[in-house]
Design a protein around this ligand. Structure first.
Ligand code: PLP
Length: 392
């Protein structure tokens, strides 16, 4: 096909992105069972950049469950959940998830992104208020905009700021929804969940906890709420993904049966999209069984992260996500390239994904790593005297 440029305004937008050093490329990578990846040029690097925290995407029981489900039940779901796509594996997985999380029921969505895009607009709209942590994930930002509700951001993990805003604004609105994450995806820290629960209750609000990065990893896999000692509550909506620690794909809501029924009728992304393939559901179910049968696996990523930080004099991490703060985008890319030359994949995260001046290497640890691989990464950081800030 002929190489063409885009119509004027669109080409200008692309050019501006390139000029601002924010270009994104689709780099081909093949992931392997031993925590490594192969790049296009054939180089093999140790992978410290993905969210397969437990290595379940390669676990033999998980892979076998997916293979068998595809062989027995076909590769596609054929239709939406409410048409003919509600395979019995859905009910089995939802029961298992609810039991594991200690909630009454659960509802699976097509992905974490789809779930947020469905749940938030199902809860609030025009005349309602959203109060969101400054660092919530892009999918929640999009969901917030789609909802049509007014929204205000509170300073990251600052419950006092949230309180102040609630006291000032809550009375002007009908419904109010507070948004936070379990483990923040780019910073790896945890929210003041108990305080936010108290606020939600006192101000007649709902609290949505997106635990995409805590599920499977904290509290023997049960996630952030369990790790922080917060039990299920009627106003607390616990969401997460099957795509990260579980090694499969999809999003989950865990809560009361009544909320599940509400979302089946109000969350458009639970209705107007094709159901997940049975093999994906089978993989998630098998992954959950692995976690339940071998909870010690869930502790490994955080153990590695602590060991890494201890050795490099970084603050103690609360999760397997360690942000090594660098500052400017080009410095972060330079550092990632150096580490790549030394055999490690540690992706540089730059604006607009993170605020300007907050570029970083996002280093993540997995049960699929070996202690030797983590030691080698520590050595690479030391040998190259890579300069990073302890305090971001
Ligand atoms: C990854 C992520 C999502 C999206 O989940 P997918 O299943 O990948 O679509 C949503 N929220 C947070 C906080 C995430 O990190």
């Amino acid at each position: 096909m002929e190489e063409t440029s885009l119509p004027g305004a669109y080409q200008q937008r692309l050019d501006a992105i390139r000029a601002a050093d924010q270009w994104r490329a689709r780099r081909e990578m093949q992931r392997h069972e031993d925590g490594t990846v192969t790049l296009e040029d054939g180089r093999r690097l140790i992978n410290f950049s993905d969210n397969d925290y437990l290595g379940l995407s390669f676990h033999y029981a998980v892979v076998q469950a997916a293979q068998q489900a595809a062989a027995y039940y076909g590769t596609g779901a054929g239709a939406a959940r409410l048409v003919t796509g509600s395979h019995p594996l859905y009910a089995e997985l939802e029961r298992a998830l609810a039991t594991f999380k200690g909630t009454e029921d659960a509802l699976i969505f097509g992905s974490g992104y789809l779930m947020n895009m469905g749940v938030v607009p199902a809860l609030v709209g025009a005349g309602d208020l959203i109060l969101a942590d400054k660092l919530i994930h892009a999918s929640l930002v999009d969901a917030m905009r789609l909802s049509g509700a007014d929204f205000i951001r509170f300073r990251h993990n600052d419950a006092d700021h949230a309180k102040e805003l609630l006291e000032k604004k809550r009375k002007d609105y009908q419904q109010c929804l507070i948004l936070t994450e379990g483990v923040f995806s780019m910073d790896g820290d945890l929210p003041p969940l108990a305080e936010l629960c108290t606020l939600a209750e006192a101000h007649d609000s709902l609290l949505l906890l997106d635990d995409a990065h805590g599920f499977g990893v904290l509290a023997e896999g049960k996630g952030t709420a369990a790790a922080l000692g917060v039990t299920p509550k009627p106003y607390l909506l616990q969401l997460g993904t099957l795509s990260k620690a579980l090694g499969a794909y999809g999003g989950y809501f865990c809560g009361s049966k009544a909320w599940v029924e509400y979302f089946i009728h109000h969350a458009r992304t639970a209705i107007y999209t094709t159901a997940l393939p049975p093999a994906t559901l089978a993989a998630a179910l098998a992954g959950l069984h692995v976690i339940q049968q071998a909870p010690e696996r869930t502790a490994m990523p955080l153990t590695y992260a602590r060991y890494f930080c201890e050795n490099l004099g970084l603050p103690e991490p609360s999760s397997p996500i360690v942000p090594v703060m660098v500052g400017e985008s080009d410095a972060a890319i330079h550092m990632a390239n150096k580490l790549e030359d030394a055999g490690f994949l540690t992706i540089a995260i730059r604006p607009p994904t993170v605020p300007p001046g907050k570029a970083r290497l996002r280093v993540t640890f997995s049960a699929s790593h070996s202690r030797q691989q983590v030691d080698a990464l520590i050595k690479a950081f030391e040998e190259h005297k890579l300069s990073y800030s302890q305090f971001g």
